[in-house]
Ligand binder design. Structure first.
Ligand SMILES: Cc1ncc(C[n+]2csc(CCOP(=O)(O)OP(=O)(O)O)c2C)c(N)n1
Length: 364
């Protein structure tokens, strides 16, 4: 494979790909094919993404949304989904609201999902997005199965699994990667290493230098990247996806980032890390450096920033209005989105509930 990034950095020595540093300086030699007008558009969407995420947390506090997993600080990682083609599949965990948004899922549906309504996640097959998987470490298994089927059908497409540093310790992830290596499936494993699995810090997760180095043990390439650097994210994703579509997969990309917010709206991070630690990570913010880059090129002003924030606020507001205006789902919905065909005992339960509702029964 003619690689610009994979194989050039040794993850077992924690060497990482960084193209845009935290002061907004770009390494032109490593720059992927990402023109400035696209960078500007992606930045605008990332601003909306951040506002939408903060809004979700506020809605949860107001009792208008269920438990929510924010991705504040991980916006560049999440923007990785913008580099998938329409032929590729996205296999998200609960942290990927931003990635789903970047792939075009309407914010109103995402809010609806977090309100506990399965219709928010029942997306048409054409979107090539699997429902959010809450089981830690299951996404790689699903993506491997999916990408194996793509390979068997001769489709030039990849499946991208998203998971965290905590998930990387799960047996399921080992099995998925081992299988992917043996069957050379077109899978891109994206490990968003946000330094925590709830309260467990990365250092206690594994004694290895990196998670990316594990790929070598499975017989494929792994790359450690600065996950707060959109250019590194773009370069690694495009290279891995193109190679996968050409039969050269799988790949593991570990995106180093930091979760600024709580694990979920139910978490109190002050129990396991200090405010000083969080503040020390703020200079490495993925949006800040992108803004600095655009400003240095004369492509962004304070007025643009204010307009982008206002656009985000309006988009989030419209999405909430639409989400809250949706009629409540039928209790029958619990049978609607999980299986294509149900076993007899589930069919019996379904008939029982239908009968109960028909006789005027409320929620069972
Ligand atoms: C199989 C399984 N075990 C435990 C949990 C409970 N749980 C939910 S999130 C989480 C931590 C996952 O951390 P990580 O993989 O680093 O992802 P992050 O939440 O940081 O994005 C755990 C243990 C679960 N959902 N599934």
């Amino acid at each position: 494979m003619n690689s610009r990034y994979f194989g050039r950095f040794d993850p077992s020595r924690a060497e990482k790909l960084q193209i845009l540093d935290h002061e907004g300086r770009l390494n032109e030699e490593l720059r992927p094919d990402l023109p400035d007008d696209r960078v500007r558009k992606l930045y605008e969407r990332m601003v909306v993404m951040r506002v939408a995420d903060q809004t979700a947390l506020t809605l949860q506090r107001e009792g208008r949304l269920g438990t929510y997993a924010p991705f504040y600080g991980q916006e560049a990682c999440q923007a990785s989904s913008a580099f998938l083609g329409p032929q590729d599949w996205l296999v998200p965990s609960y942290r990927e609201t931003g990635a789903l948004f970047m792939r075009g899922v309407p914010l109103s549906l995402l809010y609806r999902y977090w309100m506990g309504d399965e219709r928010g996640m029942s997306l048409p097959d054409s979107t090539r997005i699997l429902p959010v998987e809450i089981v830690v470490g299951a996404q790689p298994l699903h993506a491997v199965g999916l990408s194996w089927s793509l390979k068997l059908k001769g489709e030039k497409a990849a499946a991208v699994a998203y998971f965290g540093d905590g998930a990387s310790s799960q047996g399921d992830v080992h099995e998925a990667m081992n299988f992917a290596g043996v069957f050379k499936t077109p899978t891109v494993f994206v490990c968003e290493n946000n330094q925590f699995a709830i309260s467990l810090p990365r250092k206690q997760q594994t004694a290895a230098e990196s998670i990316a180095q594990r790929a070598a043990g499975y017989g494929f390439a792994g790359l450690l990247i600065d996950g707060n650097d959109l250019f590194a994210v773009a370069g690694a994703m495009v290279e891995a996806l193109e190679a996968c579509r050409g039969g050269g997969g799988p790949f593991l990309i570990e995106m180093l980032t930091y979760r600024y917010g709580p694990h979920t709206s139910s978490d109190d991070p002050t129990k396991y890390r200090t405010a000083e630690e969080v503040e020390s990570q703020k200079p490495f913010d993925p949006l800040l450096r992108l803004r600095r880059y655009l400003e240095s090129k004369g492509l962004w002003t304070d007025a643009d920033e204010a307009a982008a924030l206002e656009a985000g606020r309006l988009e989030a507001e419209r999405a909430i209005t639409a989400a809250e205006a949706m009629a409540p789902p039928s209790p029958m919905d619990i049978f609607s989105h999980t299986r294509k065909s149900a076993p007899a005992y589930v069919e019996r339960q379904k008939a029982e509930l239908a009968d109960h509702l028909q006789r005027g029964g409320g929620h069972a």
